[in-house]
Design a protein around this ligand. Structure first.
Ligand code: MG
Length: 279
């Protein structure tokens, strides 16, 4: 395509091959960027009910990911663990973690916040916690995960990557009646203005209620950043509307237009919101 005479070249085609990793041409085939051409993505769609209740696709891909990372990524090398998970998601089984494209937005927010303490809600297999650990080399990260099997997978990957000592995966949900919130307070030192960055990447319908629980605890320091994935796809409209209503009052937000994980067809938004404090 690049060598076509100018007179023959029409408007740019949306589905051109994208070279995400110039060092790995195996990722570069264009069809991998169209999720509907991939069996592992269609399998995920068929398993959507299982995914949104159990937070696993149901075909064992998450457990296989842990094996893949331990077998292939260099021990103690967080960047190699991240790269290996991206490789698995492009070339083996599609994964719902934040991915390499949106991951750069998360990295930038983490660098901006310079966090000492991070709260993540929705660990899945631990990919985003790896990225945050890499972007904030001295941060303590507590990541909450609903599914104990996912928590074990993430812990195994974090240990292998050498960040297990400062990333704690806690099984629970913020809305479980106080159990998980109490654990964060008593076992992990969460207190007033003690959280510098929150990453929301779990059940989209509880983003807003969970954010309000976090605010009610007083954990956010003024200037803390809350990064929310999947604002457009699958979407968190009430959360987005809340941030719009509170723009310049309690929050100042930036919408990052991007694409959903591990493909280029489905669009998504990552919302980065700075907490302006109690009004
Ligand atoms: Mg997500």
């Amino acid at each position: 395509m690049c060598g076509a005479p100018a007179s023959l070249s029409g408007p740019k085609v949306a589905l051109q091959p994208r070279f995400r990793d110039k060092g790995d041409r195996s990722m570069a085939s264009s069809w991998r960027n169209v999720p509907f051409f991939r069996w592992s993505f269609l399998r995920l769609l068929f398993g959507m009910k299982h995914l949104t209740t159990e937070w696993q696709v149901g075909d064992g891909r998450e457990a296989r990911l842990a094996e893949y990372v331990v077998a292939r990524a260099k021990r103690g090398d967080v960047q190699d663990a991240i790269r290996t998970i991206d490789d698995y998601a492009y070339n083996k089984s599609f994964l719902i973690n934040v991915g390499d494209e949106k991951g750069k937005i998360l990295d930038a927010a983490v660098v901006q916040a310079k966090p000492a303490r991070v709260l993540e809600v929705g660990t899945y297999c631990g990919y985003s916690a790896l990225r945050m650990a890499a972007a904030a080399p001295s941060a303590k990260i507590v990541s909450i995960e609903f599914n104990p099997a996912n928590a074990d997978i993430a812990r195994r990957i974090h240990e292998h990557a050498g960040v297990g000592g400062r990333v704690n995966v806690v099984v629970g949900t913020l809305g479980d009646g106080g159990k998980t919130i109490d654990a964060l307070r008593t076992a992990y030192g969460f207190g007033d203005a003690s959280v510098d960055l929150v990453f929301l990447d779990h059940a989209k319908e509880v983003y807003l209620s969970d954010l309000k629980l976090i605010m009610d605890q007083g954990w956010l320091r003024r200037g803390a950043l809350v990064v929310a994935d999947n604002i457009k796809f699958p979407g968190a409209p009430d959360y987005r509307a809340y941030m719009a209503e509170n723009e310049g009052k309690r929050w100042r937000s930036t919408e990052h237009q991007t694409v959903a994980e591990y493909q280029t067809v489905i669009k998504d938004i990552v919302l980065v919101s700075e907490y302006l404090g109690k009004s």
